[in-house]
Design a protein. Structure first.
Length: 256
C-alpha cells in the first residue's frame, strides 16, 4: 500500500488533508463560464500520477469535461467531445460559414491548445473572431511526449484540418501572465517554457474574457504550488527554478 493510500483524503478535492485546496475554491462551487467550455483530453497515465494539476480545473470551472484515452481515434465514447469536433469539422469545411439549418453555428469556435506547425496565437485568433460567443477549448493533459503521441494518433479528429490549433505567444505571456506561478515544486517541467494544465486553462479563460474563472484558477494554482514549496523546504529538498526570464520564453503551451 502506497503512502498516498494510507493518508486521509479530502472528500471534496481528493487530495491528502495536508495539501487540501478547498479553502481556495469558489464559495458557491464551480464557476459558470458562458463563454467557455473546456475539454481535458487526459492520458490514462496522467490520471494515476501523484503530482498533477489538471484535476484543479473541474474544481473551479463548472463546464469542464475530462476525456481519458491514450488516443482519440473513435469519439463515440465521448459524446460531448464528438459533438464539438464534428461541428468544428463542418465549419472548417464550409470556411467557417454556417448555412440555414446547419448545426455548424458560426458564433461557436473550437480550438486545440498545442503548439504545432499550423498553430496560431490564441489571443490574436480570438480577437479576429469578434462574432464568436462561445469557445470550446481542448487541452491535452499528459507529459510532452505523451501529448505529442496522442495528437499523432488522433489526427483524424484532432488534426488542424478539423480543429484550429492555437498556442500562447510571448506577448500573451508578457502581459497576461507576468507573475508566473512556479510549478516546478509540484512537477518539474520537461521544458523551461512548458505550462502545466491548470495554467493553460487559466490563460484560455483569461483570453476569452472569463476573468472570474481565471482568477479562481490562478488562486488555487498558486496556493497548490506554494504548499509544495513549503513541503520541499521542510524536507530540505532543492528544486531548480525552471521559469526562464521573459526574453528567453518562446511560443508555448505544453500539458503537464
Amino acid at each position: 500500500m502506497g503512502e498516498s493510500s494510507r493518508r486521509p483524503l479530502c472528500d471534496c478535492c481528493g487530495l491528502p488533508l495536508r495539501t487540501c485546496v478547498c479553502s481556495q475554491l469558489p464559495d458557491q462551487g464551480p464557476v459558470d463560464t458562458p463563454a467557455l467550455s473546456v475539454f481535458i483530453l487526459q492520458d490514462p497515465r496522467e490520471k494515476r500520477r501523484h503530482l498533477k494539476t489538471g484535476f484543479l480545473g473541474p474544481l473551479v470551472l463548472r463546464d469542464v469535461t475530462v476525456c481519458t484515452s491514450r488516443a482519440f481515434r473513435k469519439l463515440d465514447r465521448f459524446p460531448g467531445l464528438q459533438t464539438v469536433v464534428e461541428e468544428s469539422r463542418c465549419r472548417r469545411q464550409r470556411g467557417g460559414v454556417s448555412q440555414q439549418g446547419s448545426p455548424c453555428a458560426a458564433e461557436v469556435e473550437t480550438v486545440l491548445l498545442f503548439p504545432s506547425p499550423h498553430s496560431v496565437d490564441f489571443e490574436d485568433f480570438v480577437a479576429s473572431r469578434g462574432h464568436v460567443q462561445h469557445w470550446n477549448v481542448l487541452v491535452l493533459d499528459a507529459t510532452w511526449d505523451q501529448a505529442s503521441s496522442m495528437l499523432h494518433q488522433s489526427v483524424e479528429h484532432l488534426g488542424s484540418h478539423v480543429v484550429q490549433h492555437v498556442h500562447f505567444s510571448q506577448g500573451t505571456l508578457d502581459h497576461l501572465y507576468q507573475d508566473r506561478v512556479d510549478m516546478s515544486y509540484v512537477r518539474k517541467p520537461p521544458k523551461a517554457d512548458a505550462l502545466s494544465t491548470v495554467e493553460t486553462i487559466f490563460l484560455a479563460a483569461r483570453i476569452v474574457g472569463e476573468d472570474v474563472a481565471a482568477d479562481g484558477l490562478l488562486r488555487v494554482a498558486s496556493f497548490y504550488a506554494q504548499l509544495h514549496v513549503q513541503f520541499a523546504s521542510e524536507r530540505g529538498s532543492t528544486v531548480t527554478q525552471s521559469s526562464p526570464p521573459p526574453s528567453k520564453r518562446r511560443k508555448l503551451e505544453s500539458p503537464s
